[in-house]
Design a protein around this ligand. Structure first.
Ligand code: SAM
Length: 273
């Protein structure tokens, strides 16, 4: 008998993945957490019915949410990652030798525990001495954070505890937590299925940052497979990657992708008017 996982991505779109085994299932204080082995995308982390990470395509998301803002900042040393309890963004950030500390602010300690147990190739840097894991609400935490160079918002969809991570007031707190050349990025959903979320994020970020740009990546297990990230900057602009700083291994991000990802199709540009 075939067993299928179905994600209701919207009221009228579903993703179906054939499941080989369910490895873990629990209700945490914040969400329902499932780890399953899939036939096509490897091991998968699901929160409240939504795919967060699979071992086959996680590299796209984690490289693009991390290397793009880190390369845009001229000298990143102190990084904050809000959400991201799987550890993939921490792993990518620590590929940059200039990084002195990465602070991961994940509300749900059970996500970190499941990542360490079931996703060692994603979470492997969480025990690095430069990584500091804080299991608390990122919205509260960021209000007292200061002198960060880059802040990455690696959140779930804008429901439950992540709702506030998509609001203007939060972006204003992030701007206050960043130094003069500060750069932030937030995952901002799909231009096909969630254009309203993109517009809300862009509007909110424009209230806090003088420079706001959208960029794109292809992530097959996320709704529509066509994913957006929104970048807010206090000064540094997207441009060529500094060749002195690109000496690390990646599978999706390259210096060419770094520039090309900001080239938007017309219908996406029109969302930003
Ligand atoms: N990279 C994947 C993606 O975008 O789908 C995974 C993201 S990561 C697993 C998202 C994390 O954000 C979840 O583990 C969730 O617990 C966390 N999260 C949601 N709201 C949060 C908040 N207010 N503060 C800190 N973490 C939060």
């Amino acid at each position: 008998m075939d067993v299928w996982f179905t994600e209701n991505q919207t009221a009228s779109v579903r993703l179906g993945l054939k499941v080989q085994s369910v490895l873990h299932q629990e209700t945490t204080p914040y969400q329902e957490l499932v780890v399953a082995e899939t036939a096509a995308y490897g091991r998968m982390l699901v929160l409240d019915g939504a795919v967060q990470t699979t071992t086959v395509d996680e590299f796209v998301y984690h490289e693009m949410i991390t290397h793009v803002p880190l390369m845009i900042h001229p000298r990143p040393k102190k990084i904050g990652i809000i959400g991201g309890g799987d550890g993939g963004a921490v792993r990518e950030a620590l590929k940059h030798p200039s990084i002195e500390s990465v602070h991961l602010i994940e509300i749900d300690a059970q996500v970190v525990a499941a990542a360490k147990r079931y996703f060692p190739e994603i979470s492997l840097e969480l025990d690095n001495p430069r990584a500091h894991v804080h299991c608390t609400d990122g919205i509260e935490w960021v209000r007292q954070a200061r002198d960060f160079d880059v802040m990455v918002v690696d959140s779930t969809d804008p429901v439950g505890p992540a709702t506030g991570l998509f609001q203007a007031e939060f972006y204003q707190s992030v701007a206050s937590a960043l130094g003069d050349d500060g750069v932030m990025v937030a995952q901002s959903e799909s231009p096909y299925l969630e254009p309203d979320v993109i517009q809300m994020v862009v509007r909110g970020m424009r209230s806090a940052f003088p420079i706001v740009r959208l960029y794109l990546a292809a992530i097959p297990t996320y709704p529509s497979g066509f994913w957006s990230f929104t970048l807010g900057s206090k000064g540094p602009l997207p441009g060529p990657a500094d060749a002195q700083r690109t000496n690390f291994a990646t599978r999706y991000w390259t210096p060419d992708v770094h520039q090309a990802c900001f080239q938007l199709p017309k219908f996406v540009e029109d969302l930003l008017l």
